[in-house]
Design a protein around this ligand. Sequence first.
Ligand code: HH2
Length: 282
Amino acid sequence: MPDATTDERALVMGILNVTPDSFSDGGNWFATDLAIGRGLEMIAEGADIVDVGGESTRPGAAVVPVAEELRRVVPVVEALSPLVRVSVDTTKETVAEAAVAAGATLINDVSASLWQVAARCGVGWVAMHRQGTPDTMQDDPRYDDVVAEVRDLLAERAAQAAGAGVAEVWIDPGIGFGKTVDHNLQLLAGLDTLVATGLPVLVGTSRKAFLGVLAAGPDGATAPVSDRMPGSLATATWALQHGAGMVRVHDVAATVQAALLVGRPVGGPGGAGSMLDTEVGS
Ligand code: HH2
């Protein structure tokens, strides 16, 4: 969480999908050299962590064989990890281990099941909540109390991870993973319940489908991925203001700027107020 009394800001994790089929940037960075180039760009834009993934988690995405996921991910991790902190977005033990050997220091685990791997490798771990698996998760997600259920599952997994010796554990509500639009909004509105666990919270809303639904045009058509940047930024800013310690985003430069503003009190020393004052009239 940004400390309002200092210049600190929350962390921005840049998304780097080395895949042909991710819902937003699929195919853009599928070639290794293009992926490394995008990683360098995100570093220049201020990313604190670059999250390298080789398998899409979008509803209905194809399962990627281990050898192919390794081929996509490892060279990119190797190239970027001397320059920036790298996380690996995978649910496969072998891929997580190989990425750590290549320099990754955080396992971003949308299955919230790889804590023993993180413990063994001596790296951090992100436990993300999801209901179901990508092929069926959006069919008919149901909860009695989505915020409490997500919090309880994540707190339980975090305790298991801590017990196994993982020193750095993040929890993530898994926006869009087995959740309706309403569930996603309830989770964002109830973020303080996750923050109250005392565990650092990561939130990923970037360009997700619920933002397209909320930004539907007058004809009711869902806003395409290319029109979801305003909602992405608004929800990332909301999350940061409500205590998230990190946001996972495609649009790194814009989010870093938002994080700087949110992390600094208006009018405080070196704060947003003074930054804006300086720019008035210039
Ligand atoms: N969302 C996606 C993938 N990984 N990891 C965490 N911790 N939190 C998230 O919300 C999250 C995640 C889905 O987004 P993206 O990587 O852009 O798409 P795809 O899975 O299609 O590659």
